[in-house]
Ligand binder design. Structure first.
Ligand SMILES: [Fe+2]
Ligand SMILES: [Fe+2]
Length: 163
């Protein structure tokens, strides 16, 4: 059993996770066009992770015997200033998602939705990692300060991300 309020909020989060994937695919498009294949690879894996996040919530809704509802996706940007601009935007987006997950978690607690609360705990931990990943890359890019040699090294490193 799950409350209507909780169900609506989880369905909204499914949309946010799918939107996250879409935003990151927009970033992949930018990096592919700019020939940063390592950064494109990193964000491609990131986009797939977001699809998995959506899938987790999707499965939960089905497991509690409810029906998933899907909304429209927002048109993502494929235009950025430079790599730092991209990863800063990614970090800001992850912070926004963290806030959304925390609101969901608070709702689960206040509505005594224990199964949802348990399921959401995974997302609370995941968001710590997500923000940390982006913020680490922002730091590397800031240190590189646009120098092409350093950028190529970072690109090579990000190209090694495993699924
Ligand atoms: Fe996510
Ligand atoms: Fe994420």
């Amino acid at each position: 059993m799950i409350s209507k309020k909780m169900l609506d909020a989880i369905n909204e989060q499914i949309n946010l996770e799918l939107n996250s994937a879409y935003i990151y695919y927009g970033m992949v498009a930018y990096f592919e066009a700019e020939d940063y294949s390592g950064m494109a690879h990193w964000l491609n894996i990131q986009a797939k992770e977001e699809l998995e996040h959506a899938q987790r919530l999707f499965d939960f809704v089905n497991e509690v015997g409810e029906k998933v509802t899907l909304g429209a996706l927002d048109k993502p940007s494929v235009d950025y200033k430079d790599p730092l601009d991209v990863f800063k935007a990614g970090l800001e987006h992850e912070k926004f998602i963290t806030a959304s997950i925390q609101k969901l978690y608070e709702l689960a607690k206040s509505e005594k939705q224990y199964a949802a609360e348990e399921m959401l705990r995974w997302f609370i931990n995941e968001q710590v990692e997500e923000e940390n990943n982006f913020s680490h890359i922002v730091t590397l890019l800031e240190r590189a300060a646009g120098k092409s040699g350093s950028l190529m090294m970072i690109d090579g490193k990000l190209g090694q991300r495993e699924e």
